[in-house]
Design a protein around this ligand. Structure first.
Ligand code: SAM
Length: 192
C-alpha cells in the first residue's frame, strides 16, 4: 500500500482511516454536522467517519455496515445491509429521526468500470432511501457517488429532495478516484 500523506496523518492523529479527513474537509467547507446533531453513518466501517462525526456532534452517532465495526466510545454500531428494509427496522430500534445522514458506502470493485459504476449508484440510491426514512425536514445528507453515465439521473433525483445540493471532491480523495461527494442540505419532506 502506498503510505501517503493522509494515511500517515491518520496514523499519527489516531484515526482509523485516511477517509476521516474527507469528512473533516466536507464539514469545514459545508458545515453539515453541528453540535448535538443525531448522525447516522452508512457504510461506516472501519469507523473513521464515525470518529469525526462523534467529535463534531458530541451527540447520538450510529454507524451501519456489512462489516463489524470495532468499538468506539459512545457510538452505536449496527451490522446490516443498507440495501434491505430489515436494516431500516434495526436502525429504528435506536433512533426515530436524524439531523444528518452520511454515506461513504462503496461496493467491492470488480475492475469492470460500467458494472462497478452501476452498483455504486444503486448503493447511493439505497443510502438515499435510508436517509429519507430518518431525516428531519431541513436535515443534511452527504453521499459518495461515482461519476459515470448514471450520475446525472441520480443528481436530478437528489435535487428534487433537497433545497441545496453541491458536488465536492475533498483534497483527501485520491487523485485518480472517480468518487465525488454530494453535499445535500435542507431536506424537503414534501416534494414539489
Ligand atoms: C470506503 S468504506 C467506508 C469508510 C468509512 N467512511 C470510514 O471512514 O471508516 C465503504 C464501506 O461500505 C460498506 N458497504 C458496502 N456495501 C454496503 C451495504 N450494502 N450495506 C452496508 N455497508 C456497505 C463496506 O463494507 C465498506 O466498509
Amino acid at each position: 500500500m502506498r503510505r501517503d500523506y493522509f494515511y500517515k496523518k491518520a496514523k499519527r492523529e489516531g484515526y482509523r482511516t485516511r477517509a476521516s479527513y474527507k469528512l473533516k474537509q466536507i464539514n469545514k467547507k459545508f458545515n453539515v454536522i453541528g453540535r448535538g446533531d443525531v448522525v447516522l453513518d452508512l457504510g461506516a466501517a472501519p469507523g473513521g467517519w464515525l470518529q469525526v462525526a462523534k467529535e463534531l456532534s458530541m451527540g447520538t452517532v450510529i454507524g451501519v455496515d456489512l462489516q463489524k465495526i470495532e468499538y468506539i466510545l459512545d457510538v452505536k454500531t449496527i451490522r446490516g445491509d443498507i440495501t434491505i428494509d430489515e436494516t431500516i427496522f434495526k436502525i429504528k430500534e435506536e433512533i426515530q429521526t436524524a439531523d444528518v445522514v452520511v454515506s461513504d458506502a462503496s461496493p467491492n470493485l470488480s475492475g469492470n468500470w460500467s458494472y462497478d459504476h452501476a452498483r455504486s449508484i444503486e448503493l447511493s440510491e439505497s443510502a438515499l432511501k435510508v436517509a429519507e426514512a430518518f431525516l428531519k425536514p431541513g436535515g443534511n445528507f452527504v453521499v459518495k457517488v461515482f461519476r459515470g453515465d448514471l450520475y446525472d439521473t441520480f443528481l436530478d433525483t437528489i435535487r428534487k429532495r433537497f433545497g441545496y445540493v453541491r458536488a465536492y471532491t475533498p483534497e483527501a480523495s485520491r487523485k485518480q478516484s472517480a468518487e465525488i461527494y454530494l453535499i445535500c442540505k435542507k431536506y424537503k419532506l414534501e416534494q414539489a
